[in-house]
Design a protein around this ligand. Structure first.
Ligand code: NAD
Ligand code: UFG
Length: 338
């Protein structure tokens, strides 16, 4: 049997492909390469010594998904495929709703046609909206502040309704906090298009000299040093969370939701200082105005994942900073020159 990773050539998908292939599962990737490179999957094959088939196809296209399900004995799916840039989703909401919702719906239809009933979905801490009570627990009220977030919350709702209608389904919704870092080999990592939106790739590109300096968005939040606090999680710990979720889906029916975070919040200044200390490199920065839509603090209560998935994070902030830099330093242009 095989696990299909939609969007598996992307940042989290490629690390998960590596993790679950190393655990002995057969992996098939379907990706339209709109935000990724086939080189990522070539390198995962190289690192694992296993052939990872890559189907270049679109998850909103039934025929493309049919190709995957007809060619391989797929009994589980991890659904990463989606557009993820918050700002772009505000400017192009229809593109986000069309792509992210259609992908979820089409996938569910093709899975049903092939009798595949186990799914793990990439949701996001963004579905907690602007709640101020921390740490965030899975049963807190939900709401979003941008179209990207709504596509995640609406997809969650679709999966919940489908799970209610068909009691044979196993669906695991994973709410990721802030994934950072890279595989320790430095061969795969995060390769954003254009100027990065997220903190860690921005820091890495400043350290490498591709960008002049970091803008820290606000130092007047009600946090210990005034800068925003987030729950950064090493992408390999996150990948292991998917392995645990696949096991859970094999053993349980129904729909369940889990936070995947460390439970610890670090500020932007914590991240900059840790990066400088671990990698012995300067990260010039300036304080800039707050970024619209940002919240002060966001971190998970990961207890449910500890208890039911028997998963926890092992990697430290030092590991995150070292591995992010190792990838950036060895691949200054990401996969582009490969
Ligand atoms: P990514 O952009 O690196 O990976 C997503 C992949 O999906 C890309 O390879 C892209 O080419 C592919 N894709 C997009 N639309 C597709 C479609 N219609 N058909 C086929 N492939 C398609 O992003 P990532 O950081 O690896 O995120 C993976 C998932 O996790 C996404 O759904 C994202 O929304 C979610 N998520 C990410 C974060 C984060 O901070 N990185 C946080 C929470 C949730
Ligand atoms: N930040 C800066 N400068 C930058 C980039 C970010 O100061 O150049 C700050 C932000 O203001 C925030 C923190 O760094 O305080 C983290 O910002 P990111 O953009 O890295 O991450 P966010 O928490 O804003 O959002 C991320 C993903 C979302 C996802 C959310 C929760 O981008 O898609 O985590 O999972 F929804």
């Amino acid at each position: 049997m095989a696990v299909l990773l939609t969007g598996g050539a992307g940042y989290i998908g490629s690390h998960t492909a590596l993790c679950i292939a190393n655990a002995g599962l057969d992996v098939v990737v379907l990706d339209n390469l709109s935000n990724s490179s086939p080189e990522a999957i070539r390198r995962v094959s190289e690192l694992t010594g296993k052939e990872i088939p890559l189907i270049i196809g679109d998850c909103t296209n039934k025929d493309d998904l049919e190709k995957a399900f007809s060619a391989y004995p797929i009994d589980q799916v991890v659904h990463f495929a989606g557009l993820k840039a918050v700002g772009e989703s505000v400017a192009k909401p229809l593109m986000y709703y069309r792509n992210n919702l259609d992908a979820s719906l089409t996938l569910l239809e093709v899975m049903a046609a092939h009798g595949c009933n186990q799914l793990v979905f990439s949701s996001s801490a963004t579905v907690y909206g602007t709640i101020q009570e921390m740490p965030l627990k899975e049963n807190f009220p939900l709401g979003c502040t941008n179209p990207y977030g709504w596509t995640k919350l609406m997809s969650e709702q679709i999966f919940r309704d489908v799970g209610k209608a068909d009691l044979g389904l196993s669906i695991v919704l994973l709410r990721y906090f802030n994934p950072v870092g890279a595989h320790e080999s430095g061969r795969i990592g995060e390769d954003p298009n254009g100027i990065p939106n997220n903190l860690m790739p921005f820091i890495c590109q400043v350290a490498k000299g591709r960008l002049e300096r970091l803008s820290i968005f606000g130092n007047d939040y009600p946090t210990k040093d005034g800068t925003g606090v987030r729950d950064y999680i090493h992408v390999m710990d996150l990948a292991e969370g998917h392995l645990a979720a696949l096991k859970y889906a094999r053993e349980h029916r129904g729909v369940e939701v889990f936070n995947l975070g460390t439970g610890v919040g670090y500020s932007v200044l914590d991240m900059v200082h840790a990066f400088e200390e671990v990698n012995h490199i300067q990260v010039p920065y300036r304080i800039a105005p707050r970024r619209p839509g940002d919240i002060a603090t966001c971190y998970a209560d990961p207890t449910k994942a500890h208890d039911l998935l028997h998963w926890q994070t092992h990697r430290t902030l030092t590991d995150m900073c070292r591995d992010a830099w190792n990838w950036q330093n060895n691949n200054p242009m990401g996969y582009r020159n490969a």
